[in-house]
Design a protein around this ligand. Sequence first.
Ligand SMILES: NC(=O)c1ccc[n+]([C@@H]2O[C@H](COP(=O)([O-])OP(=O)(O)OC[C@H]3O[C@@H](n4cnc5c(N)ncnc54)[C@H](OP(=O)(O)O)[C@@H]3O)[C@@H](O)[C@H]2O)c1
Length: 322
Amino acid sequence: MIKIKWGIIGLGKIAGKFATGLMYADKTELHAVASRDLEKAKSFAGKFNCKKYYGSYLELMQDEKIDVVYIATPHAFHHELSIQCLKLGKAVLCEKPFALNASQAQEMIDTARENNTFIMEALWTAFLPHFKHVSRIVNKKEYGEIRSLKADFGFPAEYDATKRLFNKSLGGGSLLDIGIYPVFLAYSLLGKPEEILAKAKMTETGVDLNCEIVFIYSNGRKIELFSTFEEKTKTMAEIEFEKARIQINSRFHEPTSITTYVNNKHEVRDFGVENNGYTYEAEHVNRMLQEKRIESNIWTHQNTLDLIQLLDEIRNKIGLAY
Ligand SMILES: NC(=O)c1ccc[n+]([C@@H]2O[C@H](COP(=O)([O-])OP(=O)(O)OC[C@H]3O[C@@H](n4cnc5c(N)ncnc54)[C@H](OP(=O)(O)O)[C@@H]3O)[C@@H](O)[C@H]2O)c1
């Protein structure tokens, strides 16, 4: 099996974590990195033993050796950069949220199909062992149906109107940045809800500082989801089944443990991993490329579209348009 050659564009926080994850991945080479700033690219490349670095994103996309580009810029650029890569024949792993809205996401997927080229949203949680374990329990109905689910994600973010978390033109707001994880969890375990309720507190920059969401499913089951930049919250998920309760411990979206409460007993199972968790999605992309697929068979294009449609609907309710 040949090595898959990766390129990374947008060398911020997540790019560093992902590059670390790549170092643990099988049959993988970090071939080049690109920043808008050549010196920054050089220094990033040095840290990860990567020989090539570029001072523009386009140069990296035009590097003929690269198989797949990981896009790690603020959300607002995911759409344009993904399409540019796809048109140049590069496969794409694009950070979450895939795009700012469903119509952008659809266009990215259409472009991938037209160019017969792979694209996937980097929804890394979908590939983590603890999440797969919980999904299996749900799918097999091991403890019966889910009766309720609560999930939150919150941390205190320093207010800066210019930075990506608060800047509307960069796709700011808690929902798209971290609220996406509780929404992802509810969607993955229960599917799309019948009804959505949502309210938010907005910042001066016009994005949501926090967002409270209720998903209503059949039989009136209510699922409570929450995201906030105001304070640290438990960042846990609690799933109540007919015959047990499962807690995905903090922070539920990354490698973690789960506690199962059943018959007045509880058991903690640790799903901590040796790598930093990003290796799983990278190896999955490698496999998809080796198999010449244009779509993941785990986190499909339809999953991405469903998720972004849910986020659109929530934004509609809280009056946030990008
Ligand atoms: N999967 C995860 O666990 C996870 C975690 C955190 C974030 N994310 C996602 O990853 C993306 C990036 O997040 P991050 O926390 O890494 O952000 P960040 O630290 O701000 O880095 C973003 C990078 O994007 C590039 N960029 C291009 N145009 C920019 C602009 N106009 N303003 C600011 N930066 C610009 C910059 O790289 P250059 O200067 O090198 O060009 C910057 O360093 C977001 O979409 C976020 O949702 C995912």
